[in-house]
Design a protein around this ligand. Structure first.
Ligand code: ASP
Length: 363
């Protein structure tokens, strides 16, 4: 008897959104998106050997210009194609905001996601033959062909959980990291998955429950020594435009609460936090070092901020926390519109949802 290989090539939907991975250098050396995104497939002529690729240009942007409406657009595009028999989706994306988009897609799809959604990009344009555009694209297609059920970033030698990743380098090919969580796979000749990767069997039953709305009106303030909270007053006294504030803290959630001397009181954030919360503007605290949980800070300045009404964000990356904040605010507003949450419970509902773990975004 002759053995007949019945193995079929995986079908992959490749969604192009822009970024260095497809860019060309113009006559002045400025990197710009190509005029014809479909030329993109030419950067890796081997692609058809790996998978049957269906290509679609969703947008053609430097990811610096991505906004929450773009996340919604990408999520909807995948949602609409979810039953078309693809093994997985690859999204070609700029590196600058890839970790925001991957977090947004992870929240939008939730724990019923049953296929891989793989974002990738590059540090160099395709014209740099020894660069990473071609190889990252091929590797992402390999990862999207695997038994995986989550949103990930495939970059360099690693696959990271999308909602736990941040960019760490502007030039090196090893450009992303997952500071508080192991990579979920190593890319070698085979994709070596770690036991923590979510496989198809781990997905919750039922059709995707798409929640792809993200609130606007969020401001993030990175703390620096000597920042006077009075400078931020216009944010909370300026009408309804500002709907939430992110304070990116030092260490694990530490926010200045004033020194011992009276002249240092002006640097304390307690009154500012209280008055924002009193006006219905939630404040969340993220960390520049998300490996340590802001929910567990033992230092007085962190504890004081939470006592004043700020919401700690565990060990989420700063990107995941800000995206989740937009996602939570949009959902709470919808719940209020639909009468499922009372207006007076808005802030406590926001706090509950920020502390709830939806997609393994924190420990
Ligand atoms: N500015 C580019 C972008 O994010 C950078 C990159 O793709 O590496 O679209």
């Amino acid at each position: 008897m002759t053995a007949v290989s019945t193995e079929e090539k995986p079908r992959i939907c490749l969604l192009y959104t822009g970024g260095t991975i497809g860019m060309i250098a113009d006559e002045y050396g400025v990197l710009r998106p190509p005029k014809e995104a479909s030329d993109f497939l030419k950067i890796a002529p081997e692609l058809p050997d790996l998978a049957d690729i269906e290509f679609e240009e969703l947008m053609n942007k430097d990811s610096t210009n991505m906004v929450p409406a773009d996340w919604t657009h990408i999520a909807n595009a995948i949602y609409e194609r979810r039953n078309e028999g693809y093994n997985g989706f690859v999204i070609a994306h700029g590196t600058d905001t890839m970790h925001f988009t991957s977090s947004a897609l992870a929240f939008a799809f939730g724990s019923k996601l049953k296929f891989p959604v793989v974002l990738t990009g590059a540090q160099t344009i395709p014209a740099i033959y020894y660069g990473d555009a071609r190889i990252n694209l091929l590797r992402a297609v390999r990862v999207a062909s695997e038994n995986l059920a989550e949103v990930v970033i495939s970059f360099g030698d690693y696959v990271f959980r999308g909602c736990r990743t941040q960019k760490k380098d502007e030039r090196k090919f090893d450009a992303f990291e997952s500071p508080a969580y192991y990579p979920i796979a190593d890319i070698t000749e085979k994709i070596l998955f770690h036991p923590n990767a979510r496989r198809k069997k781990d997905a919750e039953e039922g059709d995707l429950d798409l929640q792809a709305d993200f609130a606007d009106g969020i401001v993030q303030v990175g703390l620096i020594p000597g920042l006077e909270p009075a400078l931020l007053e216009p944010l909370i006294n300026g009408g309804k435009r500002c709907r939430g504030i992110v304070l990116q803290s030092f260490g694990a959630g530490n926010v200045p609460n004033g020194g011992d001397r009276p002249e240092e009181r002006k640097y304390a954030f307690g009154d500012f936090i209280q008055s924002a919360v009193g006006k219905g503007i939630p404040i969340v605290i993220t960390s520049q070092f998300p490996a340590n949980s802001t929910l567990e800070t033992k230092y007085a300045p962190g504890v004081a901020a939470v006592e004043a009404g700020a919401i700690a964000t565990g060990n989420m990356t700063s990107a995941a926390a800000t995206v989740k904040f937009r996602w939570v605010l949009a959902q709470v507003e919808r719940e209020i519109r639909q009468g499922m949450t009372m207006e007076r419970d808005r802030l406590s509902r926001v706090k509950w949802m920020m502390h709830h773990r939806y997609i393994l975004e924190m420990d």
